[in-house]
Ligand binder design. Structure first.
Ligand code: GDP
Ligand code: MG
Length: 584
């Protein structure tokens, strides 16, 4: 296929602005799927994605499109739309020359729109702004075009107004992709060189790597090397994704597709890795920096007898999500488990949900925490660690003050976009959470964009939901700065401890005996609540005869128990481990 007639692009958007819907329309228009699949959002494959309406893993589709008598090959790379998954966005767009930046005609520019714009802008891609949902009653495409001009410096005339739902102007989007985006500049005469931009593990066929060819061509039977590990493989199968796998004999420079080459672990096809021919070694592509975990949590089986089953599920799932870090861990109360690192709270919840849905695993996830640093003062410890500064991802391993010169906590730059009615409220919330305002601008008559430096710990659990409840959103730069931790907020420990005890009192059901819930700093108890013992027998309500009702009640009680976990002799509902952290 002539490279001049190839276009590689991504669709990027704030969540719910219509990326999946537009992707579906584009697939239909080009005949990659039939209209009977309508509204199924074929690119959102995982069950969690369907349920939560978010895209977690990027999917790719090659489309053939006829324009002015010529057939073009358009490679569409779908990207996730949530703040936690920017890392996946940046890896997908690295295989593209352009992006469609979707903005909802009613909601206008949102935090993630800005984040995605900068990812594409920094990668020097051509950006086509698309205003979606013009069919909505309150659509105001003119206002949104002005925002785009103000925030991104893109002339209003460059915006395409569409309704992905109704299909209005969707054909124009394909035409503009052909007209405005440059073709890739790679040559098929060059030695073969491909970027691995995604990889999946398949139980039967091993690793399926998604690749973009930056030069040369690849055929079945070729011997290739992966630059990262330097291992050699024979290509068993390769082809296009439309979006299902369509095996072909060859892939050429500028194309995007999949390859299966007997790799048994995703480690062997690292995201950002370069593949080349054994006969023609080439310099590796720059690759990607590994994603930095921002949130850590303990994960334990509901029952220790499930440990090895859970271990295998965690291993398989991390094969498909290289952004999760895994360390073995154990806890007095919960037994053997792991400490996992995630890109954010949603990432953690999605991982958890996939474990339950795809591997039928039942797990307890402990309170999410952020990584801290400590500058050690004890010469003995410094020698032991080989350095002065240590990173702590597990609260149980927090070093004592007596051996520490200074504690550092992670800080992140965040951008908030909010309607101006909420400015005051949001500013006071941010102040309360120890954030420092860096900048504030109006993006139109009623919307404001504010930049804050946040202590990560203050926003990790509930900030997203809180802002959402005020029609606002934020995104974080994916970079942690470590700043001095002011221990003055120790005063807050008292009120926090009391609130925590109260929430635990609500979250833990009454049991056969009285339970004391206490919060302590070291050995000093600072708050206490009591959960009274329960008196009633569930069966006391059934007067003799009705055996089926009795069975039902017992079954219900047993099911309730399944979701419980014993900590010592106390049954704790598994959700309690996270829910108690959400501030009211
Ligand atoms: P994504 O999160 O960006 O992938 O957004 P989706 O494609 O899942 O769309 C989010 C919601 O907006 C869904 O309920 C869609 O049906 C709806 N939607 C998408 N495009 C349009 C449109 O052009 N008009 C209207 N009215 N609704 C749309
Ligand atoms: Mg979607």
């Amino acid at each position: 296929f002539p490279v001049e007639r190839i276009r590689n692009f991504s669709i990027i958007a704030h969540i719910d602005h219509g990326k999946s819907t537009l992707a579906d329309r584009l697939l239909e228009l080009t005949g990659a799927i039939t209209t009977t699949d309508k509204n199924k959002q074929v690119l959102d494959k995982l069950q969690v994605e369907r349920e939560r309406g978010i895209t977690v893993k990027a999917q790719t589709a090659s489309l053939f499109y006829k324009y002015q008598g010529q057939t073009y090959l358009l490679n569409l790379i779908d990207t996730p739309g949530h703040v936690d998954f920017s890392y996946e966005v940046s890896r997908s767009i690295s295989a593209c020359q352009g992006v469609l930046l979707i903005v909802d005609a009613n909601q206008g520019i949102q935090a993630q729109t800005v984040a995605n714009f900068y990812l594409a802008f920094e990668a020097q891609l051509t950006i086509i702004p698309v205003i979606n949902k013009i069919d909505l009653k309150n659509a105001d495409p003119e206002r949104v075009e002005k925002q785009i001009e103000k925030v991104f410096d893109i002339p209003t005339e460059e915006c395409i107004r569409i309704s992905a739902k109704l299909g209005t102007n969707v054909e124009q989007v394909l035409q503009e992709v052909v007209k405005r985006l440059p073709p890739p500049t790679f040559k098929k005469e060059d030695p073969f060189k491909a970027l691995v931009f995604d990889s999946n593990f398949d139980h039967y066929r091993g690793v399926v790597a998604n690749i973009a060819l930056f030069g040369g061509c690849l055929s079945k039977g070729d011997r290739i090397i992966s630059a990262y590990l330097g291992k050699s493989y024979e290509v068993n199968e390769l082809g296009l994704l439309r979006p299902d796998e369509h095996p072909t004999d060859r892939l050429y420079a500028g194309q995007v597709g999949y390859v299966i080459a007997g790799m048994k672990e995703v480690k062997e096809a690292q995201i950002g890795d370069t593949l080349y021919h054994q006969k023609h070694p080439v310099e590796a592509l720059p690759g990607f920096k590994p994603a930095k975990a921002m949130v850590f949590a303990g994960m334990y089986p509901m029952d220790q007898s499930d440990y090895s089953a859970l271990r295998s599920a965690v291993e398989k799932l991390t094969l498909n999500d290289s952004s999760v870090t895994v360390q073995r861990d154990s806890s007095l109360a919960l037994g053997a488990g792991w400490r996992l690192g995630f890109l954010g709270l949603l990432h953690m919840e999605v991982f958890n949900q996939r474990l339950e849905q795809e591997y039928n695993a039942s797990v307890i996830v402990t309170a999410p925490t952020v990584p801290y640093k400590a500058i050690l003062s004890s010469a003995k410890l410094i020698k032991e660690h080989g350095k002065e500064e240590i990173t702590i991802v597990n609260p149980a391993q927090f070093p004592d003050r007596s051996v520490v010169k200074e504690y550092l906590e992670p800080m992140v730059m965040g951008t908030i976009i909010t309607p101006d009615d909420y400015i005051g409220k949001i500013m006071s919330i941010c102040l309360n959470r120890r954030a420092v305002q860096k900048n504030m601008v109006y993006i139109d008559d009623h919307r404001v964009m504010m930049k804050y430096l946040f202590p990560l710990n203050e926003i990790v659990v509930d900030f997203y939901d809180l802002l959402k409840s005020m029609s606002s959103g934020y995104y974080l730069l994916h970079k942690l700065l470590f700043g001095s931790m002011y221990l003055s907020f120790k005063d807050r420990a008292y009120s926090a401890g009391k609130a925590m005890c109260e929430r635990l009192q609500d979250a833990i059901p009454r049991q056969m005996f009285e339970i004391a819930v206490q919060a302590a700093i070291g050995s000093k108890v600072i708050a206490r609540e009591t959960i009274k013992a329960y008196k009633k027998n569930v069966l006391a309500k059934c007067y003799g005869g009705d055996i089926t009702r009795k069975m039902k009640l017992l079954k219900k009680q047993a099911e309730g128990k399944k979701k419980m976990r014993y900590v010592g002799t106390v049954q704790v509902p598994k959700d309690a481990f996270i829910n108690v952290l959400k501030r009211k």
